[in-house]
Design a protein around this ligand. Structure first.
Ligand code: NAD
Length: 256
């Protein structure tokens, strides 16, 4: 028997088999959850569809989170097919490459707006549509953040500001949705080599720093993150909401 038998969940943020969202999807499926997937634009469909089908998914839909029409279509389809929802994984972010190097001071208005829209506001937009389907079921919403929301990480720049907004949004959403028995939590993951991470100038330096300075003296794995996601989306964490859980080999506790 799985921890999530009979449950249904939707995954936002798979780009390929290195995506954090994909590792989370696999463990949720292993524990019995039926899954729906979305992909951000036609170019990604050919990567995401075979992965989703390999987990037996039938609902596989386009969803650029800057497009309210596409978000509505996704939740209409989920409502029609399933009528209810137990889990939502928000594992996506975007900032222009030129905003992920040099000084934060040079961030453009447009680049700021785009990063915050895709990486932070999208959680609100998705949660609002998911809530009627999730109400009263004790399910959960999780999102992915990074330590650059709390401390200055060179080159992370506008994405750090977006992650701070994302974490605060998760907290406010947890307060709004708690009375409906929907929990909202954040995983603050350590650095992992993914497509998104490769866009950050000097990413290797960040990995080296975690390996040498974290209490566990290693970088985290996708499975480390997936295990915590399973905890947060299952009854094991039934009393936990509005939290930020660091899955970072302990890096964030270290001072000098
Ligand atoms: P990834 O590149 O595999 O995933 C990022 C996803 O964001 C992709 O699937 C992409 O399609 C999606 N996306 C971008 N713009 C979008 C849009 N407009 N609409 C819908 N989707 C869009 O990289 P990842 O590292 O798995 O990233 C997943 C999440 O984890 C992100 O929020 C990222 O900031 C966070 N995170 C990553 C790390 C890391 O080091 N990799 C560490 C902490 C947190």
């Amino acid at each position: 028997m799985g921890l999530l038998d009979g449950k249904k969940g939707i995954i936002f943020g798979v780009a390929n088999d290195k995506s954090i969202a994909w590792a989370i999807a696999r463990i949720l499926k292993k524990e019995g959850m039926e899954l729906a997937f979305t992909y951000a634009g036609e170019a990604l469909e050919s990567r995401v569809r075979p992965l989703a089908e390999s987990l037996g998914s039938r609902i596989i839909l386009p969803c650029d989170v800057t497009d309210d029409g596409q978000i509505d279509s996704v939740f209409d389809a989920v409502g029609r097919e399933w009528g209810s929802l137990d889990g939502l994984v928000h594992s996506l972010a975007f900032a222009r490459k030129e905003e992920l190097k040099g000084e934060y001071l040079t961030t453009s208005r447009d680049g700021f707006r785009l990063a915050l829209d895709v990486s932070a506001y999208s959680l609100v937009a998705l949660a609002r549509r998911a809530a009627p389907l999730m109400e009263g079921r004790g399910g959960g919403i999780i999102t992915l953040s990074y330590y650059g929301s709390e401390k200055v990480i060179q080159n992370y720049n506008v994405m750090g500001v977006a992650k701070a907004a994302l974490e605060a949004s998760a907290m406010y959403l947890a307060a709004d949705l708690g009375p409906k028995n929907i929990r909202v939590n954040t995983i603050s993951a350590g650095p992992v080599k993914t497509l998104a991470a490769m866009g950050i100038t000097g990413f290797k330096t960040i990995l080296d720093s975690v390996e040498s300075r974290s209490p566990l003296r290693r970088n985290i794995t996708l499975d480390d993150v997936a295990g915590t996601a399973l905890y947060l989306l299952s009854g094991l964490s039934s009393g936990v909401t509005g939290e930020v859980i660091h899955v970072d080999a302990g890096y964030s506790i270290m001072g000098v």
